[in-house]
Design a protein around this ligand. Structure first.
Ligand SMILES: Cc1cc2nc3c(=O)[nH]c(=O)nc-3n(C[C@H](O)[C@H](O)[C@H](O)COP(=O)(O)O)c2cc1C
Length: 189
């Protein structure tokens, strides 16, 4: 299976980078082919047209040539997804937020089972540094995106400076479980 980790984290080192590497290891140890997609260089939505551009009817962005088309294709081709973000201002870091804002316009499938992203097992991870505040509000933003595009949330993790020690083994296990084929709703015995 293809396991895609999507991040906007601008840092190569630190807590968020450590967690991302652990997720990568978990998915790989579970047998997945893993890719980390960094969306830091992408522009935000231009909000063209009168609020909707071609995105609603054509499922693509009019400005997709900036790398967005490629990122959208990777999302569509992935079997499982992890969205991982540092918490900035109690929210999802700006470049990942910009990417999911753009993507949901193209992949909107609320309550529809036939969207290109519908049903993919998805891991949501937020990493707060300073106060530790904003884990939940950022998770909520990611969760809402998943609902809009039909992604199935497998699990949610909020990391901060004092809980990462005991949560790292759990996020490794979650990524590995997804890669091994475990799905939301299936009871583990
Ligand atoms: C612009 C900005 C805003 C931030 N806002 C928050 C915040 O609201 N809550 C928090 O706990 N940490 C906040 N942080 C700290 C980051 O969440 C933290 O750097 C990151 O999640 C994890 O640490 P890392 O930088 O070692 O990867 C902020 C950092 C930046 C750069």
């Amino acid at each position: 299976m293809k396991f895609l980790i999507v991040s906007g984290n601008p840092k190569k080192e630190g807590l968020c980078a450590d967690i991302t590497a652990i997720i990568e290891n978990g998915a790989r140890d579970g047998g997945a082919e893993v890719e980390v997609l960094t969306v830091g260089g992408l522009a935000r939505c231009h909000v063209c047209g009168d609020g909707w551009g071609i995105c609603r009817d054509e499922n693509k962005c009019a400005f997709g040539g900036d790398g967005f088309d490629e990122a959208q294709k990777k999302m569509e081709e992935a079997d499982a997804i992890c969205l991982v973000t540092p918490v900035y201002w109690w929210e999802v870091e700006e470049s990942l937020k910009g990417f999911i804002d753009r993507l949901r316009r193209c992949e909107f499938s609320f309550l529809s089972p036939d969207g290109a992203l519908a049903g993919k097992q998805t891991l949501l991870v937020t990493s707060a540094g300073g106060s530790g505040n904003g884990l939940l509000t950022a998770l909520e933003q990611l969760d809402r995106f998943c609902q809009h595009v039909g992604l199935t949330v497998f699990d949610r993790f909020g990391f901060n400076r004092w809980n990462h020690g005991y949560k790292k083994p759990a996020v490794y296990a979650a990524a590995r479980a997804i890669a091994e084929g475990q799905v939301n709703g299936a009871t583990v015995v």
